[in-house]
Ligand binder design. Structure first.
Ligand SMILES: *[C@@H]1O[C@H](CO)[C@@H](O)[C@H](O)[C@H]1NC(C)=O
Ligand SMILES: *[C@@H]1O[C@H](CO)[C@@H](O)[C@H](O)[C@H]1NC(C)=O
Ligand SMILES: *[C@@H]1O[C@H](CO)[C@@H](O)[C@H](O)[C@H]1NC(C)=O
Ligand SMILES: *[C@@H]1O[C@H](CO)[C@@H](O)[C@H](O)[C@H]1NC(C)=O
Length: 300
């Protein structure tokens, strides 16, 4: 679950109503207070595909920015932004992982929605993607580009998870407690992790690298034309996170929220109709992350 519940539960114990915390932990101990944005599988899939799609120049530039302990592997830094967001010195970054829209609003507006809980403008996934893209592209000497790369690689993934652009009132599905088959979880976590785990196990023999390969194959075959469109921004920008956000909240309204009321049991019918959407969002995120990095490093 992500960023939302984590930021609110950890940073804001002061104001999260005690009743909510007690109820959540009494009924749903565990799930509501753990986990990531896209699970670690989702992030690894996205970063591994993106790495495979980098141009030679971009690959070298990215490798030069990776911390030593990354072994030259982009996917090993793609969870960093989750790992630090509750640490002193980085709490400000927790709202960068998501966007809230008003309850029931299936559209996204930068001015209205891109802000953090204390109404700081720009402090949302979209503002942050622009921020770190600009740092890497136009202002390299002023910033820690290793951190910029680590934020960007994570947040481009997050903004593609439909429920990372969800309703404020249920924190993007984090407070929609329900069942995934017979396991207690919440709607947000179903999209971050449960569906991908199920797909990995049912369709790919439990091996996440086989899902990565299957998506990469589609990107270079049946989705080839789509992939070209995904990597292009309408106004010719390097990154267009407002567009990714608009797509996400639309998909949240079309696919994630329907049939997923509190207390619902989601199983085969939900999985089979939604997993194609989740797969495609992983592919889109990867293509766009690669195209952003490629554009940063091919421009003069
Ligand atoms: C990076 O590490 C992942 C495992 O997390 C592995 O599947 C992938 O092949 C590695 N990529 C490179 C380029 O070494
Ligand atoms: C932009 O990046 C800098 C460096 O990490 C950070 O201090 C600032 O808060 C970021 N702003 C947004 C909106 O992401
Ligand atoms: C840049 O950020 C990384 C990750 O937080 C840190 O390890 C490194 O020391 C920073 N580099 C500089 C020059 O501050
Ligand atoms: C790849 O594309 C095929 C044909 O459209 C589709 O059936 C399959 O589910 C896709 N694979 C993944 C992992 O999305």
């Amino acid at each position: 679950m992500a960023r939302r519940a984590q930021s609110e539960c950890s940073d804001s114990v002061l104001w999260v109503p005690v009743l909510v915390l007690t109820t959540v932990s009494a009924l749903f101990h565990g799930p509501a207070l753990s986990a990531h944005a896209w699970g670690s599988d989702g992030h690894h899939v996205i970063c591994n595909i993106a790495e495979a799609l980098l141009t030679e120049i971009a690959r070298e530039a990215v490798e030069a920015l990776l911390p030593d302990n990354a072994d030259g592997n982009l996917s090993s830094i793609c969870l960093w932004a989750d790992s630090i967001k509750r640490q002193d010195g980085y709490r400000w970054s927790a709202p960068l992982h998501y966007i809230n829209t008003p309850n029931g609003a299936c559209d996204y507006k930068y001015i209205r929605d891109c802000r953090d809980d204390v109404i700081m403008p720009g402090f949302c996934a979209s503002g942050a993607i622009n921020n770190y893209t600009t740092q890497m592209d136009t202002d390299p000497d002023q910033h820690n580009l290793t951190e910029a790369l680590m934020f960007l690689s994570h947040l481009v993934a997050d903004i593609h998870q439909p429920l990372h652009v969800g309703f404020e009132g249920d924190r993007g599905g984090n407070s929609v407690d329900l069942f995934w088959y017979n396991t207690r979880t919440n709607l947000h976590h179903v999209w971050d992790a449960d569906m991908i785990t199920k797909s990995k196990n049912v369709n790919f023999g439990g091996d996440i690298s086989r899902l990565t390969k299957a998506l990469l194959k589609n990107i270079t075959s049946v989705w080839k034309r789509d992939a070209k469109a995904w990597s292009t921004c309408g106004g010719g920008e390097i990154a267009c996170p407002d567009q990714y956000a608009r797509e996400s909240v639309k998909l949240a309204c079309q696919f994630a929220y329907p049939d997923a009321r509190r207390g619902a049991v989601l199983s085969d019918a939900y999985f089979q109709t939604r997993i194609p959407v989740a797969h495609k969002r992983l592919a889109q995120a990867a293509v766009r992350l690669a195209s952003i990095l490629n554009a940063i490093y091919t421009e003069v």
